[in-house]
Design a protein around this ligand. Structure first.
Ligand SMILES: [Zn+2]
Length: 130
């Protein structure tokens, strides 16, 4: 797993790290390159987000780069796998395709949304990963 330059990996929920490790392994097995995490903890913005928890709480969302998946024509398969395998505990959103018109407007329009996979914990219970 690699991190984009401006990613803040401080104060991330340990259950999210478990999922990211499992997702990175699957990514490497399926298409080869390392998974790149493009966002974890962010400063609070205008919208509430699990990327930006209140002071003292742990970050429960991550953004994942999808260029390599897109190039391999494997994005839908990968997202489908994540939902089947982890969907009970992990929310998975393919952005921008799966955002509502209101969510796209909130983000300033489709041009402002870099394509990525957003994942967030639905539960902080210790998962069964394999
Ligand atoms: Zn996100």
């Amino acid at each position: 797993m690699r991190f984009a330059d401006d990613v803040n990996p401080e104060g991330v929920h340990p259950v999210l790290w478990l999922f990211l490790g499992a997702i990175a392994t699957r990514h490497r097995l399926d298409i080869g390159p390392e998974l790149v995490v493009t966002s974890l903890r962010r400063r609070p913005g205008p919208r509430p987000s699990l990327h930006s928890p209140p002071e003292g709480e742990l970050c429960r969302a991550a953004d994942l780069r999808r260029w390599a998946l897109d190039k391999a024509g494997f994005t839908q398969n990968f997202v489908g796998f994540l939902r089947r395998r982890y969907g009970q505990s992990l929310g998975v959103v393919l952005e921008p395709e799966e955002l509502t018109p209101a969510q796209i407007a909130e983000r300033g329009g489709r041009d402002k949304i870099a394509p990525h996979i957003h994942v967030q914990l639905k539960s902080t219970e210790w998962p069964e990963l394999v």
